[in-house]
Design a protein around this ligand. Structure first.
Ligand code: LLP
Length: 384
């Protein structure tokens, strides 16, 4: 995966940093374009990675942007996404953010509660504008993913429960500055089995029929994101089988021809093109294991500490030198927290101070979730 030239470059640079392979990103985007029926509109979920070079590359493909804060909307506009291609989601949009979105005439607000609807109507009326909205409905479909990233169950804070919909429609009639243009669903993230998406389609069909029976033929149906990637074998499956994913929707969604289908994909676009590159600082021999202490930690990539997430770890120096000897290591960061561990009891080539380590599949929810705990330096990014 990593050519010698690249390792030579890494060797010259100060670590840690994120490295993004733009070729892989472009190939991934091409596969999506090939696999998705042209009538599907894809919005890239900026929350996964908001690096400007990455965003510009994605924008070039003609995708829209799915934003969850005023600053993400600002970033999307800065890199050239058309405001009419921007959707704004999130359970707690502030007045400042709503006003910013209204001023920029974004395509649609995904609304999650009656209270939010009231506030958007009020702010839009002050500006004498009409806000286009989609209702985020909780389909009560289990995504069978990590409990922190499942979102489509009634017990989650996200979305409107179907039993509240009658009340919603009554409310909406009162609001002069709201235009209901769609429905929005999102069941969770890192979903590897396609069955939950099939179940989502079946629920969406029912909910859509219910809306039609109430006299609402809504032109936009947004199915959210959530398609998972292969963290175990990033080289074997660098690009997800997008055709299999879109086929589920082709086969099971029963919408009317006038209704446009939208997606909000994040992880599956950017995860595999990114690695966190780090150096080994120290080797420490423990009782049952050795510790390889890296110069990157949970401050740079929090997923293992927060979700017990697995990321493949590679010793690029050892691979390039064809070191045969193996040993068992706990691969840990420098932060004063026991959860600052990227891999426990990993069978790894013999490792030395100065070796370059790649933590793979880190292009999504990596840099964006980094923080400066312990006053760490802000993590840098390299695109090539
Ligand atoms: N749409 C909505 C409404 C979302 O909440 C999300 C992700 C997406 C789209 C994009 O989902 P994706 O295609 O990336 O799965 N920090 C966690 C993931 C949180 C996902 C939050 N919502 C992680 O590191 O795994």
């Amino acid at each position: 995966m990593f050519e010698q030239n690249l390792l030579n470059t890494f060797n010259k640079l100060e670590t840690p940093f994120y490295y993004y392979d733009l070729n892989l990103l472009k190939n991934t985007l091409n596969q999506i374009i090939k696999a998705a029926p042209t009538k599907y509109k894809i919005h890239y979920a900026l929350k996964a990675n908001n690096n400007k070079t990455i965003l510009s590359t994605i924008k070039e493909t003609g995708f829209g942007a799915d934003c969850v804060s005023g600053n993400e909307i600002k970033r999307a506009i800065e890199v050239g996404f058309k405001t009419q291609d921007i959707v704004f989601a999130g359970v707690g949009k502030s007045d400042k953010e709503i006003n910013f979105a209204l001023d920029n005439n974004i395509f649609c607000f995904n609304v999650e509660s009656i209270h939010e609807l009231q506030v958007i109507n009020e702010l839009a009326s002050i500006k004498n504008k009409i806000a286009c909205i989609a209702l985020r409905i909780n389909p009560n479909v289990d995504a069978f993913t990590h409990k922190y990233i499942t979102t489509g169950l009634e017990e989650n804070k996200f979305g409107i429960n179907p039993y509240e919909l009658d009340a919603f429609l009554e409310e909406i009639k009162k609001y002069k500055n709201i235009d209901l243009i769609g429905l929005h669903f999102h069941i969770g993230s890192q979903i590897e089995d396609l069955n939950p998406f099939k179940n989502l389609c079946l629920r969406v069909n029912e909910i859509n029929k219910w809306f039609i029976s109430k006299g609402y033929l809504l032109p936009h149906i947004n199915l959210g994101g959530g398609l998972g990637i292969n963290y175990q074998e990033p080289d074997k499956e660098a690009i997800v089988d997008f055709k299999a994913y879109f086929d589920v929707f082709q086969n099971y969604l029963e919408l009317l021809p006038l209704q446009q289908i939208h997606f909000e994909l994040g992880r599956c676009i950017v995860a595999q093109c990114g690695s966190l590159i780090s150096r080994v600082l120290y080797i420490k021999n423990g009782t049952n294991t050795n510790f390889a202490i890296l110069d990157a930690g949970m401050t740079e990539l929090i997923r293992p500490a927060l979700y017990q997430a697995y990321h493949k770890i590679e010793n690029l120096t050892a691979i390039s030198l064809e070191r045969k000897q193996q040993s068992i290591y706990d691969i840990v960061g420098p932060i004063c927290e026991s959860s600052d561990c990227f891999g426990k009891a990993v069978i790894f080539p013999e490792t030395f101070r100065g070796d370059i380590i790649a933590i793979r599949s880190a292009g999504a929810y990596g840099k964006v979730m980094s923080n400066r705990y312990n006053l760490r330096d802000e993590i840098k990014e390299l695109t090539a």
